[in-house]
Write a protein that binds this ligand. Structure first.
Ligand code: ADP
Ligand code: MG
Length: 344
């Protein structure tokens, strides 16, 4: 039998495969877009979704915008306004850092950008396919800020598209991402709606964490919150947020975790906090916890996976133990005195 020759895949196929790693599902893409809007100093972010984000995923912000002369390269891989030296990776304060999100989306969807900076007289609009600008940016009327329109996600990846869950489930994941970002970035006004529908998530610009937890997750949770704040110099971390007291419990642990302002997963921390509550809640009952954890950027491995979900960091075990024991003390304290309630 003849041995088939080894051939290099076409570049667009390589790009598509790489993009599929970064953008795994609509909620994933939206997370990148929200982070871009926050990086651009937006105070208002509006998201519109059609068919679970597979038909349309649109995000409109009022941030600094994209300069007309940057439209040409904004969707090329590794183009970013946020990082110039490799060393910056370790100090990075903004969310995005790879210049990969928009490029990836342009490989697996039809991407359109409308944007206006403060200095520009008008907004510009352009469409992209496979990182490339289709036509010269054309002037259009729009307010300052950026609108990113992602249409027909995975149109050229039929297998991926099939593997996704129903539009309803994808929408649920989108709603989950928006809800969590809205709690963490409480001063930014967020709105999420289905195309031709009402707002499903809506928060007020200039709001606070507790108000947004109440608006989004309900009063049953909001009235039973204990605030916590840890500042640890030994392991150089800060943790603050809100946890429910023993009066509240739910079937699945609702854990909103931001590490250095990125929505991430950290199984070791999650398990450990859940374990604390085991003693105080009924069997199979779990709490609601929102935590913003800030670590020395040099101690955190943000480069670990292209999807940037599960995070590991230096002294993980000690930090997890320190946080957990503080939370347990808080929980016990509230149980005895019941004076920490945030009920209005
Ligand atoms: P990164 O966020 O890692 O820089 P992205 O592909 O997500 O890479 O974005 C590329 C660049 O496009 C950003 O660095 C930024 O300059 C610009 N950009 C993207 N989204 C926005 C936005 N909503 N407002 C202003 N600029 C944006
Ligand atoms: Mg980005």
């Amino acid at each position: 039998m003849e041995v088939p020759p080894i051939k290099k895949l076409a570049q667009d196929v390589i790009n598509r495969i790489a993009a599929g790693e970064v953008i795994q599902r609509p909620a994933n893409a939206l997370k990148e877009l929200i982070e871009n809007s926050i990086d651009a100093k937006s105070t208002n972010i509006q998201i519109t979704v059609k068919n679970g984000g597979l038909k349309l995923l649109q995000i409109q912000d009022n941030g600094v915008g994209i300069r007309k002369e940057d439209f040409e390269i904004v969707c090329e891989r590794f183009t970013t306004s946020k990082l110039t030296e490799f060393e910056d990776l370790h100090k990075i304060a903004t969310y995005g850092f790879r210049g990969e999100a928009l490029a990836s989306m342009s490989h697996v969807a039809h991407l359109t950008i409308v944007s206006k900076t403060k200095q520009s007289m008008c907004a510009y609009q352009a469409s992209y396919i496979d990182s490339k600008l289709m036509d010269l940016p054309k002037p259009v009327p729009a307010n300052q800020g950026t609108t990113i329109i992602v249409e027909d996600l995975f149109y050229n990846m039929p297998v991926r598209k099939k593997a996704l869950r129903s539009p309803a489930e994808e929408y649920q994941k989108i709603s989950d991402v928006v809800s969590k970002y809205a709690v963490h970035n409480a001063t930014i006004g967020f709105a999420l709606k289905k195309h031709s529908g009402n707002n499903d998530v809506r928060t007020r610009q200039g709001s606070n964490h507790v108000e947004n937890i109440r608006t989004i997750y309900g009063d049953l949770i909001a009235r039973e919150l204990i605030e916590f704040s840890i500042d640890n110099s030994q392991f150089k971390f800060k943790a603050k947020g809100f946890m429910t007291n023993v009066n509240y419990s739910t079937k699945t642990f609702q854990f909103l975790l931001f590490i250095n302002h990125r929505l991430v997963d950290c199984q070791s921390l999650k398990k450990s906090i859940d374990h604390v509550y085991e003693t105080y809640l009924p069997k199979n009952a779990h709490p609601f916890v929102y935590m913003s954890l800030e670590l020395d950027p040099g101690n955190i491995d943000v480069n670990i996976s292209p999807t940037k979900h599960e995070v590991h960091f230096l002294n993980e075990q000690q930090i997890v133990e320190t946080i957990t024991s503080t939370l347990e003390t808080k929980l016990l304290g509230s149980n005895n005195s019941r004076v920490f309630f945030t009920q209005a």
